[in-house]
Design a protein around this ligand. Structure first.
Ligand SMILES: C[S@@+](CC[C@H](N)C(=O)[O-])C[C@H]1O[C@@H](n2cnc3c(N)ncnc32)[C@H](O)[C@@H]1O
Length: 525
C-alpha cells in the first residue's frame, strides 16, 4: 500500500495552528521519512524500535510496510494527537503508544533499541523546563550542555545513548547547531560517542517543512564497528531524494556520499559547514585573525526601540532638549549604498526616519523628565533589559563605529562605511579598528572588506536560517581569518584607500575588481 501524509494533512486541517505550534507538531514529509526509515532497515537485526516523538506515526507506517513484525514503542505528550494516533493504529499489535514526555521520563534511559527514529519538537530553552531537564541529561551523559540548549538536542543525545549494539538512529533536526557556538557541546557528544556516521544537510530554497522556518539536517548514527569515518552529503532540491536514499542504503560503503572524513579529523569546535560545503579554501598566504586589525561588537540594544527612538516630529512634539538625543541608525534598511555620510543623515532626518535615540544627559530638562514619567506609566522600566539598568532609561555606552556590518542578510555580509558620528542599534554590528595598527585605518579595512577576496573568508562564518537568510554574530567575524593588509606597501595601502574614496557613491561596483587584483597579486600563493 502506498504510504502518504494524508492522515497528517487531515489532522492539520482540523486542529488549530496554535495547538500544533504549542506541541511543535510539524510533520515529516514522506520522502524524508523514507530516507530515515531506510537507515534503520539497514540493520538486519531490526526488531525493537523507538519513536520518541510519535505524532501520527509516519515513521512507523513506513517501517511496518517494509518489516511487519517490528515492536515499536512511541511517546507523545499531547492527548489530542495520542488519541488520533491510537485510533489509527488500533488494529496493529506492533505499536505500544505511551502518553508521556520522552525526556522527563527517568525510567527509560537504560531501555535499549535496535532502531530509533525521530523528528523531535524544536523548543527553545524558554519554552520547556530547561533548568530541570538539562542538568539531568548532563548528569546522565557526562555532557556540558548549557541552559540555552534546544529541546531537540536532548532528544537526540538521549536516543543515541539508548542504542543497542548495532542499533541505528535517524533524526531530523534544524541544521543551525552545526555552525553555532551553542552547537559545540552537542557536536562534541556526537563525535565522542563514536556513533555519528552521516549528516545530510538540506540546502533547499524553500522550507522542508511547510510552516516551520528552518533548514534541516538528517543525523544518522550507528552503534557498530564503522566508527572510523564520518560522511556528509547535501540535498539541494527534491530531485536529490533518490540519490540520498541510495547513498544511505549503500552503508557502510561511504564512497558515494558527498564528503567522507576520517573521524579524527572532525572537530566539534569548528563550523561543520566547512565539512559539508567546503568552499574552495582560499589559496592565500599571510593570513591573520580578524581581531588583529579590528573588533566586532553588537550594536546598542535599547530594550524598547519604539520608546527610545525618535524621528524629527517626535523630537519636536516631546520638546526634549536635543542634547538628550544621540544620532542613531535604527533600521539597516534606512542605509543604502556602501557609505553613510552627513548628507545621508540629513536626508533621513528630513524624511522623518528614526535617527535619534534618547541619551539622557541634561537631567534638568523638564520635558525629558515628563517623557521618563510617561515611560514608567507605560511600564517601559519593567522590561527585560531596562529593568536591569540603573537608571532604567540610561543607554549603553558605545562610541560610533566607523564600519557597520549587516546582521541578517541573504547575500553574505554587507558592510557600510559610517563617515558620521551616528551610532547604531543591533540592526548593524559595530566594527572598530584597532588603533591604525600598521596603517590599517577604517578606509583601508573597508576597501578590503568589500572585496570578493574578503568574502571567501566570511562565506562559511554565518549561521543559516530558513529561506536562505544568514545571520552573523559578532564572534562569527571575530573568529574568522583575513589577509594581512598591514603588510602591503604604503603605496598599495594608499591606492586601496583612494579606490574607496573615489568610488564611494558610485553605483557601478566594477572598481571592486581593482581591489581584488591588488589583493590577489600580493597574497595569492
Ligand atoms: C515534530 S512532531 C513529529 C511527529 C511525527 N513523528 C512526524 O515526524 O511527523 C513532534 C511530536 O512530538 C510530540 N512532543 C512534543 N513534546 C514532546 C515530549 N516532550 N515528549 C514526547 N513527545 C513530544 C508532539 O506532540 C508532536 O506530535
Amino acid at each position: 500500500m502506498e504510504i502518504s501524509n494524508n492522515i497528517e494533512s487531515e489532522y492539520s486541517s482540523t486542529v488549530s495552528f496554535e495547538h500544533r505550534k504549542k506541541y511543535a507538531q510539524f510533520f515529516t514529509p514522506i520522502e524524508i521519512a523514507d530516507i530515515m526509515a531506510e537507515w534503520l532497515l539497514g540493520n538486519n537485526a531490526l526488531s525493537k524500535v523507538l519513536e520518541p516523538a510519535f505524532g501520527l506515526g509516519v515513521f512507523s507506517r513506513i517501517l511496518l510496510s517494509k518489516k511487519p513484525h517490528l515492536s515499536i514503542t512511541g511517546y507523545d505528550i499531547d492527548d489530542a494527537i495520542y488519541e488520533k494516533a491510537s485510533n489509527a493504529f488500533k488494529d496493529s499489535r506492533c505499536i505500544n503508544l505511551i502518553l508521556e514526555d520522552y525526556i522527563s521520563n527517568d525510567n527509560n534511559w537504560d531501555e535499549k533499541y535496535d532502531g530509533i527514529i525521530c523528528n523531535p519538537p524544536y523548543f527553545k530553552f524558554h519554552d520547556y523546563d530547561n533548568k530541570c531537564l538539562i542538568p539531568k541529561v548532563n548528569q546522565k551523559l557526562g555532557t556540558r550542555l548549557n541552559l540555552h540548549t534546544n529541546l531537540y538536542a536532548l532528544f537526540l543525545l538521549k536516543s543515541i545513548h539508548q542504542l543497542k549494539r548495532n542499533g541505528r538512529c535517524a533524526y531530523i533536526v534544524p541544521s543551525e547547531f552545526l555552525n553555532s557556538d551553542y552547537g559545540v557541546n552537542i557536536k562534541s557528544y556526537l563525535v565522542q560517542s563514536k556513533k555519528l556516521r552521516h549528516i545530510i544537510v538540506f540546502n533547499f530554497k524553500e522550507n522542508v517543512f511547510d510552516d516551520a522556518l528552518t533548514t534541516s539536517a538528517i543525523i544518522l548514527c550507528a552503534n557498530d564497528e564503522f566508527a572510523d569515518t564520518i560522511a556528509f552529503s547535501h540535498i539541494n532540491d527534491a530531485t536529490g531524494f533518490g540519490r540520498i536514499k541510495e547513498i544511505v542504503s549503500s552503508y557502510p560503503n561511504t564512497k558515494y556520499s558527498d564528503f567522507t572524513y576520517d573521524s579524527k579529523d572532525i572537530h566539534a569546535d569548528v563550523k561543520w559547514k566547512s565539512y559539508y560545503a567546503p568552499t574552495e579554501v582560499p589559496n592565500f598566504k599571510s593570513l591573520v585573525p580578524f581581531t588583529a586589525y579590528a573588533k566586532v561588537m553588537r550594536g546598542i540594544a535599547t530594550g524598547a526601540n519604539e520608546y527610545f527612538s525618535f524621528n524629527l516630529s517626535k523630537a519636536r512634539n516631546t520638546g526634549i532638549d536635543m542634547a538628550n538625543m544621540q544620532p542613531c541608525i535604527c533600521h539597516s534598511t534606512d542605509v543604502r549604498g556602501l557609505c553613510f555620510t552627513p548628507d545621508d543623515f540629513n536626508t533621513l532626518l528630513n524624511s522623518n526616519k528614526n535617527v535619534y535615540i534618547l541619551n539622557p544627559i541634561n537631567k534638568q530638562d523638564k520635558k525629558l523628565n515628563a517623557y521618563i514619567s510617561e515611560g514608567e506609566k507605560q511600564k517601559i522600566n519593567q522590561r527585560h533589559l531596562t529593568s536591569k539598568r540603573i537608571p532604567w532609561y540610561s543607554m549603553e555606552k558605545r562610541a560610533p563605529s566607523p564600519i557597520w556590518a549587516n546582521v541578517f542578510n541573504r547575500n553574505g555580509l554587507r558592510f557600510v562605511r559610517n563617515e558620521t558620528p551616528t551610532m547604531n542599534l543591533t540592526t548593524f554590528h559595530c566594527i572598530y579598528v584597532n588603533n591604525n595598527l600598521f596603517g590599517v585605518d577604517a578606509d583601508l579595512l573597508f576597501a578590503y572588506l568589500i572585496s570578493d577576496t574578503a568574502k571567501t573568508f566570511f562565506s562559511t562564518s554565518g549561521r543559516e536560517y530558513g529561506n536562505g537568510l544568514n545571520k552573523f554574530e559578532p564572534n562569527d567575524l571575530n573568529k574568522s581569518l583575513m589577509l594581512d593588509i598591514g603588510s602591503l606597501s604604503e603605496a598599495q595601502k594608499e591606492r586601496l584607500r583612494s579606490i574607496y574614496q573615489q568610488n564611494k557613491k558610485n553605483d557601478d561596483l566594477s572598481y571592486i575588481c581593482e581591489i581584488d587584483s591588488i589583493l590577489i597579486d600580493n597574497f595569492s600563493n
